[in-house]
Design a protein around this ligand. Sequence first.
Ligand code: SF4
Length: 460
Amino acid sequence: MSLLATDSVGTARFRAYGPRQLDEISDRHGLSADIRETVRLVSMVLPFRVNEYVLTQLIDWDRIPDDPMFQLVFPQKGMLTEQNERDLAALSADPAAKPALRTLVQQIRGRLNPHPSGQKELNVPTRDGAEIPGLQHKYRETVLYFPSQGQTCHSYCTYCFRWAQFVGDADLRFAAPDPSGLISYLGAHPDAGDVLVTGGDPMVMSTERLRSHLEPLLAVDTVRTIRIGTKSVAYWPQRFVTDPDADDVLRLFEQVVASGRNLAVMAHFSHPRELSTDLARQAVARIKSTGALVYCQAPLIARVNDDADVWSEMWRAELALGAVPYYMFVERDTGPYDYFRVPLARAAEIFQAAYRTLPGLARTVRGPVMSATPGKVAVDGVVETAEGRFLQLHMVQAREPALVGRPFLAHYDPGAAWLDELRLDRSVPADIARAIAGPAWTAEPELFGTRTATPVGSPA
Ligand code: SF4
């Protein structure tokens, strides 16, 4: 790997690189003309952003395009259809076709299921009939809060299920300008004691900005846990180590902990390489020194981490740093989903093979889990009965708490990669089946689980 000295990148100021800096990246790291063109075209539709640390410390340029970190942050051939790429190339070559290009980009985005799992329709709370911007409330205990200044990331993941947040379409964005709506909502919902501050990545905000969103929460007695969803430890660990306000953010975390709240940094790690640098390890140690807990989670992604050894190494590395392995998610049905999808049966196999290698303290991890419309659904594995092969599942979290923890069966399908590609068994209790298949559910098997995967970019 060609790396900059950690010292020089360790003290570097953050700088983002996007499609406009593609030539610069290309000159420095030797992208082929083909790869460069693919990145140019795909990044018209999907967000692309990277930074110096990711470029010099995480990507192995000798192994591109297969390198998992390159796959993680650079748009790839196959994420859009060939026809989409051809159309984008033709329209972008014609200066008079700008309006047509914009329309095409919007059409392609619209076909990529920008708000999966009913986020937009089902989870946005209202007050006096009006939506409260920047909030989602799906599970009784937890409110998601999207501060508007935290709706970017230090680098973007090509598989991001919140990619719609980053493409500049106001209709696709969740964002709260300030916490006033959240605070009054929490006042009316004392059961919601857990606030997840998320994005994007809230850690892109300056400490002062972050403080303006967190401090008001400390005045709400019913808030017991504050979680911060972030990939900054992986993508820009300097945020906690060498940035000008890195020490200030640690003081802010200490203040939250001193208020008696449980502060949990929900760290997103996709690959063990992200934990291999001194800076990342220092970042975890410094966060933990404040009394905050670090929980680790990531989706299982083809071409990035669809390998039991990768997960085993990553969970062990997390444990060694005193962080808690928490979730292996199933990639959501959005964006370039067909490029990354891993069938559920295969996902369960990878999870189990990795889990078996772990010491007891790392067996805190759950998975593979789909964060789907009715709730978080775990795939326990394949079971054989006199009636055939099934996938056994259970809900880890649900809109209806009564559904949690009860095992149920779906017919085994080696290609199914999401809940609505499964056919539930007749034995599934009616309340669970209705939550999954919708109110129109009946016990007729052909009436539920009927979706088949749609190739990315195919006509809607
Ligand atoms: S860090 Fe999280 S929110 Fe940001 S691009 Fe990656 S998956 Fe999406």
